[in-house]
Write a new protein. Structure first.
Length: 222
């Protein structure tokens, strides 16, 4: 989703609106976090304000403003068609966030999974790639989850047994690939997953002392 929405906002602060797809998104901390949007018409006019995500609505919060404010700013990512949102929030304030899926048509939170570090959508919005921590709170495994299925059935894409490394994932700016990283302080390994086909391959093998950041320009990796 929008990178600026992942940074913490001061109370009563509204983040500058940002266009994504056919919507104008903006977040407010008042003092609990709320993400809202307006649909953009063809003539450039905007529709009514719609709430995409509000920490006050989380089942763990139960409508308590003080609890909602204590959670801080979650990570929120929208599916490509802007019909679903995934969120990662430290609802129990234990540094063990939960991940949830919200259907924006019904307004309902449909799935919740504990202990998630990061997540990205597939192209069709029917699957999610996500990472989870080990007992040391080190992201050590990345899985693929198909919406509506049991999380126990999720496909393991990558594991990292070396405690000097941690796993991370991100999406390329052209939205073609999900990047899976295994990083230490000095060394990186990188895999790419095609967001449309789900095909995964290694593109950077670990070489001691070489750290890598990749981006895709529709033709090659940089």
């Amino acid at each position: 989703m929008l990178k600026r929405l992942e940074s913490r906002s001061a109370p009563q602060q509204e983040v500058e609106p940002e266009k994504s797809g056919d919507y104008l998104y903006f977040s407010v901390s008042d003092p609990h976090f709320t993400l809202r949007r307006k649909a953009i018409a063809k003539d450039g006019s905007t529709g009514d304000i719609e709430t995409v995500f509000d920490t006050l609505d989380l089942p763990h919060v139960k409508g308590n403003p003080e609890v909602a404010a204590a959670i801080g700013t979650p990570i929120v990512r929208l599916s490509d068609n802007h019909q679903k949102a995934l969120f990662i929030a430290d609802v129990n304030r234990t540094e063990r966030p939960v991940m949830g899926i919200k259907d924006l048509k019904s307004g309902k939170i449909t799935e919740i999974l504990p202990n998630v570090c990061g997540a990205e959508w597939s192209k069709d919005g029917n699957s999610i790639f996500y990472s989870q921590p080990d007992s040391l709170n080190r992201p050590h495994i990345i899985k693929k989850h198909s919406l509506g299925t049991d999380f126990k059935q999720d496909q393991v894409l990558l594991t990292e047994p070396d405690e000097a490394f941690y796993l991370d994932l991100s999406q390329t700016k052209d939205k073609k690939y999900t990047l899976l990283y295994s990083n230490s302080k000095t060394t990186s390994g990188v895999w790419v997953v095609d967001r449309e086909t789900g095909q995964m391959r290694e593109v950077v093998h670990k070489r001691q002392g070489v750290r890598v950041f990749l981006e895709h320009n529709r033709v090659t990796y940089m």
